[in-house]
Write a protein that binds this ligand. Sequence first.
Ligand SMILES: Nc1ncnc2c1ncn2[C@@H]1O[C@H](COP(=O)(O)OP(=O)(O)O)[C@@H](O)[C@H]1O
Ligand SMILES: CC(=O)N[C@@H](CCC(=O)OP(=O)(O)O)C(=O)O
Length: 260
Amino acid sequence: MKFVVKLGGAALEDPKLLHACGRAIADLVKDGNQVAVVHGGGVQLTRTLAAMGKKSEFISGLRVTDAETRDAALMVLAGRVNKSLVAALGKHGQDAVGLAGGDGNVFRARKKKTNPDLGFVGEIAQSNPRYLEAIWAMGAVPVISSIALGFDGEYYNINADEMASACAIATKADTLVFLTDVPGVKGADGQVMRWLTLAQIPALEKQSIVSGGMLPKLNACKAALLGGVKRVRILPAESAAVLPDLISTRVNDGTEVMVA
Ligand SMILES: Nc1ncnc2c1ncn2[C@@H]1O[C@H](COP(=O)(O)OP(=O)(O)O)[C@@H](O)[C@H]1O
Ligand SMILES: CC(=O)N[C@@H](CCC(=O)OP(=O)(O)O)C(=O)O
């Protein structure tokens, strides 16, 4: 089976959690699966920007990204965060190869057209997974940061959930899992929804039951399901150990997002 596992920045904050996620991903590979990891690092980027004296601003869950912010994103996401994940997999004996969207032209971006304008925020315009296939052929795990090179030669900041769904579609993954900092998608009663269909999403958004970072996440779930990915699950990073069980065992953690 082919898996894309997305790790959010909050999940990467806690060394114990990072260790547990690294182990679960390594176990998934030991079971014979092909796994690509896509990661965020929003929290880490916000912290670095604050140290630089820059405030972070988000519109509908997307960071307003001027040139200085984009350069910091390259430094933090494609640098420190990417390499700490490569190290976490290495600790469990799993080879990993870090890359950003521009490397090997695996993902190419175009500027996201939004109102208001978000600067260097991009969306994936083209993908070519041949380098991912090559990394898998070597028994390694590609670890992809949410940065991609535009056709104009500029790097663009991509929401990591969006990057993960583009990766799952491009690689024809069977399963896309979002490891995050909440136990799942909470409904109107504040309880985690075990299942969520695409038809339920607009009402949740309209009533502001989902907001912030959950908006791009649910958009990414929808894109993946409509793009042919069979299973999409939002899972708390604390439950990463259940990853290898997702295929054959009934798992209650998190929210399964389904077409209908
Ligand atoms: N209905 C909801 N259920 C769960 N989380 C929600 C909901 N609405 C908004 N959120 C927010 O979405 C966040 C998860 O998105 P995000 O911060 O982007 O995570 P990640 O770093 O894993 O991508 C949660 O921390 C929570 O604050
Ligand atoms: C355009 C945009 O918003 N990009 C995100 C990329 C990182 C990300 O998505 O990180 P998480 O998965 O940890 O939230 C950002 O700048 O924060």
